[in-house]
Design a protein around this ligand. Structure first.
Ligand SMILES: Nc1ncnc2c1ncn2[C@@H]1O[C@H](COP(=O)(O)OP(=O)(O)O)[C@@H](O)[C@H]1O
Ligand SMILES: [Mg+2]
Length: 599
C-alpha cells in the first residue's frame, strides 16, 4: 500500500490546521502504519494486526482463527482487482415509450433496432484493487453509481446493458468466479425477510446452510458449530435479545428498523464469504452501532484476510479512519482512488477547503457540489467539474502508486492464494455436491432446511392459517347445504355430479389464491440464491412438500363435510373407504397441480 507523501502537498503543511490533520491521522497512525506496511507477499504473521483490536468480539475471532491454523485449513483470501471498468445501462428515456402510439412508430423502431437503444454510462473507466485484508470505502452522492460499482465487484452483472473492462477475483475471471458466488457476496440496501420468522429462525436458517462438511476439530457436531455460530453472530451486533422476536415489516410488528438492518448484516456474515460488498449497511443505525459494525468488518477483514468494499453516507471520522483506501465517484466518474490518509490532503492540494475537524467523508463527497464546497484562498482556478478533478488526480503521484498494484492477479502470491481458496472452499463442501456447485451443504439438507423454514413461516402466521381452515369449512357447509341429501337414484345423479364438480373447482381455485404468496417470496429467494444458500429447486420442492400435509388436512375436512352432507355412498363402510380417499386425492392432485403451476 502507498505511503504518505507530505512533500507533494506542501502548501497544506503551512496551514494552521496542520495540527488538526495530523491529530486526525495520528489517531490511527500507529495501527494504520503497521497495517499498511504489511506486504502482501504471503509471509505468515503470527498475529495479524487489526485496526479494530479493541472490538469486543476480538477474542472469539482469534479463537476461530487459531483453530483454523491448528486444523491446517487453507485461507480463503481472494482480493479484487479491476481496470477500465465501464458499465452502461439502458437510459430511462429509452426504456419508456412516450405514449401508447409510440410503440407503433415504425421508423423510430427501425432506427433504434439498427443502432440499439441509447445507453447511459453508469460507471466510467473505474479502476482499483482491494487485496486480502484491505477495506475500501466507496463515497458518492445518491445516484453517483456506488451501488452499480459494488454490484460489479460482487459479480452481479444482471440488469446492465453493457459491462466492459477487466475484473479479477484473485486470479479468476468473472465467469469462473460465478461458481463461487457464495464467497463473493453483497449486502444490498433493501432488507428482504420473511416478516413472520423470528430473528433466531432467520439466522439459524442461513447458518444451517453454511455448515462446513469438515468441521473444525473443536466442534463435536454440526449442530454445535451452528449454535456457536449463531450465538457469536447475534452477540457481535448486540442483538441476542431479539432472538425470539419476529423480524417484522410495515404490517407485522417486529424488531426495530436498526435491529432489522443488523439482522441483514448478520445474514450476510453468516455466508462466511471471502469478499464482502456492503451497500449502505449502516442506514438506520445510530453512530455508535455504525462504528461497532465497521469495527466488526475491519476485524474479520484483518483476521481472515477478506476483501471488504463498503459504501456509506455520513461516515463519521471514527469510521472513516478504519478504512485503508477510498474511492470517490461523481456521476460515474472516479475522481479519486487512493489511500484513505491521502484523500483529504489531495483534495486540499487542488484547492478545496476543509474545515477544522470536519467530517472527512462528507468533505470528500461535497467537493463536486458547487453549493457545498469551499475554495481555499489563492486557488481561483480550481478544478470545477468531475472531469477536471479526475484529470488532476490522473496527474498526481497517487494514481501511479495505485496502478502499481493492478498486476496483483498475475503475481505468484495471488495465484497461490486463489489455489488455496479453491481448496478451502472444496474442503467445506458436502461430498456429494458437483465440483462446480456453489453450495455448501447437500441437496437433501437444503430441502430439509427449506421445509423447516416453510413450517416456521406458516406457524409465524397462525392467524391466516386458522382463518383459511375455517373459511374452507364454511364453504363446505354452504356447498353441502346446496346439494343436501341427494337422492340415491338416477334423480340424484345431476345433484351429485354438481357437488363433485363444485368441490374440485373450489379446491383448484383455492390453490390459485396462493399465487400472490409465492411471489412475495421471490426477492428473498433471489437474495438467498446469490448467497448460494440453496438451489432454487430445493426451495420449490420444499414448498410443495411442506404444503402436502396442510393440504391433506384442509381438503379432508372439506371433503368429509361435503361427502356426508350430499350423501355420497354412505351405505357401507367398504364403499366409503374406497370412494372417500379417491375423492379427496383427486381434489388434492388438482390443488397440487395448481401449486406446481405457480412455481
Ligand atoms: N440496471 C440499470 N440500468 C440503467 N440505469 C441504471 C441501472 N442501475 C442503476 N442505474 C442508474 O445509474 C445511476 C446510478 O445508480 P446507483 O448505482 O444505484 O447509484 P447510487 O447507489 O450511487 O445511488 C442512477 O441514475 C440509476 O438510475
Ligand atoms: Mg445505492
Amino acid at each position: 500500500m502507498a505511503t504518505s507523501e507530505p512533500e507533494a502537498y506542501a502548501p497544506i503543511a503551512s496551514q494552521p490546521r496542520e495540527g488538526i490533520i495530523s491529530r486526525i491521522l495520528s489517531n490511527t497512525s500507529v495501527l494504520t502504519g503497521r497495517h499498511s506496511q504489511r506486504e502482501y507477499d504471503g509471509s505468515d504473521e503470527d498475529e495479524p494486526i487489526s485496526m479494530a483490536a479493541d472490538w469486543k468480539m476480538m477474542p472469539e475471532i482469534r479463537v476461530f482463527q487459531k483453530q483454523g491454523e491448528k486444523d491446517e485449513i487453507k485461507g480463503r483470501k481472494l482480493g479484487i482487482t479491476w481496470k477500465n471498468l465501464t458499465v452502461k445501462g439502458v437510459g430511462a428515456d429509452a426504456a419508456i415509450n412516450e405514449n401508447v402510439g409510440s410503440q407503433f412508430n415504425v421508423p423510430r423502431a427501425i432506427i433504434e433496432g439498427r443502432h440499439g437503444a441509447p445507453l447511459k454510462t453508469i460507471i466510467e473507466d473505474s479502476h482499483g484493487c482491494v487485496k486480502p485484508g484491505e477495506m475500501l470505502l466507496v463515497l458518492g452522492r445518491p445516484g453517483a453509481g456506488c451501488t452499480s460499482l459494488l454490484k460489479m465487484l460482487a459479480n452481479r452483472r444482471d440488469g446492465y446493458a453493457k459491462v466492459t473492462g477487466d475484473i479479477h477475483f484473485g486470479t479468476m475471471e468473472p465467469k469462473e468466479a460465478e461458481q463461487y458466488r457464495g464467497q463473493i457476496v453483497m449486502n444490498t440496501e433493501d432488507e428482504l425477510f420473511y416478516p413472520t420468522l423470528t430473528v433466531g429462525e432467520t439466522i439459524n436458517f442461513a447458518t444451517s446452510l453454511k455448515i462446513p462438511f469438515n468441521l473444525p476439530s473443536d466442534k463435536a457436531s454440526p449442530a454445535l458449530f451452528q449454535k456457536d455460530n449463531v450465538e457469536f453472530l447475534l452477540n457481535s451486533m448486540g442483538i441476542p435479545h431479539t432472538h425470539d422476536t419476529k423480524v417484522g415489516n410495515e404490517f407485522v410488528r417486529g424488531v426495530s428498523g436498526g435491529e432489522r438492518k443488523r439482522v441483514s448484516i448478520l445474514e450476510t456474515l453468516a455466508t462466511r464469504a471471502s469478499t464482502f460488498c456492503w451497500d449502505q449497511s449502516t442506514r438506520g443505525l445510530d453512530a455508535s452501532t455504525a462504528l461497532e459494525y465497521t469495527k466488526a468488518v475491519r476485524a474479520i477483514t484483518d483476521i481472515f484476510g477478506l476483501a471488504s468494499i463498503v459504501t456509506l453516507y455520513q461516515a463519521g471520522n471514527g469510521i472513516y479512519n478504519l478504512f485503508d483506501k477510498v474511492l470517490i465517484i461523481d456521476e460515474g466518474k472516479q475522481i479519486y482512488y487512493g489511500p484513505m490518509k491521502q484523500a483529504r490532503p489531495f483534495m486540499e492540494g487542488i484547492g478545496f477547503y476543509c474545515d477544522d475537524g470536519a467530517n472527512v467523508s462528507d468533505y470528500l463527497t461535497g467537493v463536486t457540489v458547487p453549493s457545498e464546497r469551499k475554495i481555499r484562498e489563492g486557488f481561483e482556478s480550481f478544478p470545477r467539474t468531475a472531469d477536471e478533478i479526475r484529470a488532476a488526480y490522473e496527474k498526481s503521484s497517487i494514481k501511479a502508486e495505485m496502478e502499481a498494484e493492478y498486476d496483483y492477479p498475475t503475481t505468484d502470491v495471488a495465484k497461490q492464494r486463489t489455489e488455496d481458496f479453491r481448496i478451502g472452499v472444496q474442503h467445506e463442501k458436502a461430498k456429494g455436491l458437483p465440483k462446480k456447485s456453489p453450495y455448501t451443504v447437500s441437496f437433501g439438507r437444503q430441502v430439509k432446511a427449506c421445509v423447516k423454514r416453510q413450517y416456521q413461516i406458516l406457524w409465524g402466521d397462525k392467524a391466516s392459517l386458522i382463518i383459511k381452515q375455517f373459511s374452507v369449512l364454511a364453504q363446505a357447509l354452504i356447498a353441502g347445504s346446496l346439494f343436501y341429501n341427494a337422492p340415491a337414484n338416477s334423480a340424484g345423479l345431476f345433484v351429485k355430479s354438481g357437488a363433485l364438480f363444485l368441490s374440485l373447482l373450489f379446491n383448484s381455485l383455492m390453490a390459485m389464491s396462493e399465487v400472490t404468496d409465492s411471489f412475495t417470496g421471490r426477492p428473498i429467494l433471489a437474495k438467498h440464491k446469490n448467497f448460494a444458500l440453496f438451489h432454487p429447486a430445493a426451495f420449490c420442492l420444499a414448498q410443495v412438500a411442506a404444503d402436502i400435509p396442510v393440504l391433506l388436512f384442509q381438503i379432508s375436512h372439506f371433503s368429509v363435510v361435503l361427502y356426508f352432507m350430499v350423501g355420497l355412498y354412505v351405505f357401507s363402510a367398504p364403499v366409503f373407504l374406497v370412494n372417500f380417499p379417491r375423492f379427496a386425492i383427486l381434489s388434492d392432485c388438482l390443488m397440487l397441480d395448481g401449486k406446481f403451476a405457480e412455481r
